[in-house]
Design a binder for this molecule. Structure first.
Ligand SMILES: Nc1ncnc2c1ncn2[C@@H]1O[C@H](COP(=O)(O)OP(=O)(O)OP(=O)(O)O)[C@@H](O)[C@H]1O
Ligand SMILES: [K+]
Ligand SMILES: [Mg+2]
Length: 667
């Protein structure tokens, strides 16, 4: 036996502890049945009858228990191996921590606490998960994602998130640590697959209750069988009744249930999806509506100023200069690209001095504008066209007649228009161009095939939104949405009974990510987004939602299929064993005894053997999962009911006949 196999057996035996079994009522009943049979063994030998039978049943039931706990142990060990591979690099990391007075001290990464700031330079490994608070750098994330193409991460943007173990390729960064040791996303994910801290998901709980109730029903069935049997003159032994009970209760699904859940979690991990709960993985399988923001999710998110379009009767230069001045202190990529374009278009660098001592008005998703108030009293603003039009009107100005046409012209190509104003005067519009991600349209097609409606919500104007929506192929879009509007939309969808997924990366996405049933944050996103979400994609690929949906569906369908199979099996066993027990004394029942089994003893033994062996036989299936090709959930359900329901009903007959034939010579 290899060390790993030895550990597995150890884990399986540990699973027999009463505290562990108490989590699983079906297996608890099997354990009690096993004890009863062991107790009956010496009694049987003393009485000279049934001792060997009691011992055989006891051992078979013990095997049943070990197969069930073994399935869970196997799933756990695979999950841990998966998570461990992701976490490996972290242990030996060191860090340079910034103290309050700006000094740097060398510490082990394990000493870092949430809120600590560390400095990392080109060539070094990032010591902890966190958010870049200063600087921008290209980073190699292959330790986490397996993908070695460098990615850009930057303070103050929706791409400020960094992970422990990834390598800084250029520049110097200051990073704020986001988790205490042992509390990182991966640590939490590992805890989720480990027995001690694993919580049942709501639907696992519901299924467990159902299985417990079925167990109770069958207990009553078996107990009432005693007087009925004695009435027709059939002798029932305790061991026989225990064996019958165990065959009837849903041991197969009861034994495989935890393994199915854990396998779902490790499949998510294999896809570089870190779930914060088992529930998140499950919910992903039932999503009805997916909300996505536009910039950075559907588009590459690299919005760059490409054009200044002045209103009639406004010259080009004042538009360029105001755009420049209002963006000098704007740290957003949009703001900086406006400064770059203005410089390329010949802005006088001396002009910057006008902004000395100015008050900067930062962009917010709420106001959708930004700007500066100069010491000269001039107020310069830029922002979403309707926000700027409203601002100009509030200053007592008039919106020029050709403004709307100008905005529409820029928007039709899918560019984002940013209007520019100085006090009462609306000067013109800046075009911010962005590129739709390659292959995103196919992803939306796939989602539609899975029965999921996609809705793009953007802060951008309706024309730009519709242009992008049409090209990307989303089902619906909502433009000029504030964070509140996003939240309200999620609540509306939820109120009408739909399960909503939200993909996002920005701090302004955080409330929506928290409200959604499935909030999928990009690992590159801000800490606020990663914290609010219940799933994080290490690859920072919004299209990953499709994988999440598939993994979730696979989990639900696998569980459904094995439940159907298990219950159908139990029903079949009932019709195999009962006639065998009664056929001799009640000739009318003989007709039902189509199986013509050797003897009641061999019939019950054959059923118990089948009942035990079906668990390991189904372990690979439970761990790998049912394949879910693109199909709606109802379609999948129908197909599975047919295969696993009918299959589950039929299989026990030939198998029990086979075991009966093999056992017959020995009883
Ligand atoms: N730095 C900025 N200064 C002024 N206005 C801006 C700035 N950045 C964006 N805007 C304007 O505010 C609008 C909303 O921007 P925001 O990034 O919040 O959109 P969003 O809701 O995140 O949607 P999406 O990311 O899908 O475009 C933009 O469409 C643009 O008109
Ligand atoms: K059973
Ligand atoms: Mg955004």
């Amino acid at each position: 036996m290899s060390k790993r196999e030895f550990n597995l057996v150890g884990q399986a035996v540990k699973g027999l502890a009463p505290t562990q079994l108490a989590r699983n009522p079906v297996m608890m009943v099997v354990a009690i049945g096993t004890l009863v049979c062991f107790v009956m063994t010496p009694i049987g030998f003393a009485e000279g009858e049934g001792g060997g039978f009691a011992l055989t049943i006891a051992l078979l039931l013990l095997a049943t228990l070990l197969f069930a706990t073994g399935a869970e142990a196997l799933a756990e060990s695979r999950g841990k191996a998966q998570a461990g591979a992701l976490r490996q690099t972290k242990s030996a990391l060191t860090a340079r921590r910034l103290s309050a007075d700006g000094q740097l001290e060398n510490v082990a990464a394990t000493e870092l606490r949430r809120g600590d700031r560390v400095q990392v330079e080109a060539g070094e490994l990032i010591p902890a998960d966190g958010d870049i608070v200063k600087g921008a750098a290209s980073i190699n994330e292959s330790a986490v994602t397996g993908e070695s193409a460098p990615v850009l991460r930057e303070a103050g943007t929706d791409n400020s998130g960094v992970s422990a173990g990834t390598k800084v390729l250029s520049d110097t960064l200051v990073i704020e640590v986001s988790a205490n040791p042992g509390e990182s996303l991966l640590d939490r994910m590992i805890a989720l697959v480990e027995g001690a801290s694993r919580q049942k998901t709501p639907s696992e709980l519901a299924l467990s209750v159902l299985l417990a109730m079925l167990t109770l029903v069958f207990l009553l069935v078996v107990v009432t069988l005693v007087p009925m049997a004695s009435f027709v003159g059939v002798e029932t032994s305790t061991v026989m009744l225990v064996a019958l009970l165990i065959c009837l209760i849903p041991t197969t699904i009861g034994g495989l249930l935890p393994a199915i859940g854990i396998a779902g979690m490790s499949r998510a991990m294999r896809a570089n999806l870190v779930a914060k709960s088992g529930k998140a993985v499950e919910i992903a399988g039932s999503i009805d509506t997916l909300l996505l923001d536009k910039t950075g999710t559907i588009t590459l998110g690299d919005r760059r100023a490409t054009d200044f379009a002045a209103c009639q009767r406004v010259r080009f230069e004042p538009l360029r200069d105001v755009a420049f001045l209002s963006s000098l202190d704007d740290p957003t990529p949009e703001g900086r690209s406006i400064v770059t374009l203005a410089s390329a278009k010949g802005v006088d660098v001396q002009l910057g001095e006008e902004a000395d001592g100015a008050t900067f008005i930062a962009f917010s998703a709420e106001t959708r504008l930004s700007g500066v108030d100069l010491t000269s009293g001039k107020q310069l603003r830029k922002g979403a066209p309707n926000a700027i039009a409203a601002w100009v009107a509030a200053q007592g100005g008039v919106v020029p007649g050709d403004f709307d046409a100008l905005v529409a012209r820029i928007s039709r190509d899918g560019a984002t228009p940013i209007a520019v104003a100085e006090g009462q005067t609306l000067l013109g519009v800046i075009a911010l161009s962005d590129v739709i991600k390659e292959g995103i349209a196919e992803k939306f097609l796939e989602l539609r095939a899975l029965g999921i409606k996609t809705v793009m919500i953007t802060g951008d104007n309706p024309i730009t939104a519709s242009a992008i929506a049409a090209t990307a192929g989303v089902d619906d879009y909502i433009a000029e949405a504030t964070p509140e509007r996003k939240l309200a939309l999620i609540r509306e969808e939820q109120a009408s009974g739909r399960l909503v997924a939200m993909v996002g990366d920005g701090t302004n996405d955080a409330p929506a990510l928290a409200q959604a049933d499935l909030g999928l944050a990009m690992n590159s996103g801000t800490q606020a987004a990663r914290e609010a979400a219940n799933m994080v994609d290490l690859d920072s690929d919004p299209g990953k939602l499709i994988s999440a949906v598939e993994i979730g569906k696979q989990l639900l369908v696998t569980r459904g299929a094995l439940t159907t199979f298990s219950l159908a099996n139990d029903v079949a066993k009932y019709f195999v064993i009962l006639p065998a027990l009664f056929a001799a004394s009640v000739p009318a029942l003989g007709m039902l005894d189509v199986m013509n089994l050797h003897s009641p003893t061999s019939a019950v033994l054959a059923a118990v053997v089948f009942n035990a062996l079906i668990i390991p036989a189904l372990i690979p299936f439970a761990l790998r999962g049912v394949s879910v090709k693109v199909a709606s959930a109802t379609e999948l359900l129908r197909r599975n009911l047919l295969i696993y329901g009918v299959g589950g009903l039929l299989l026990p007959f030939p198998m029990i006949k086979l075991f009966d034939t093999l056992i017959a010579p020995f009883v």
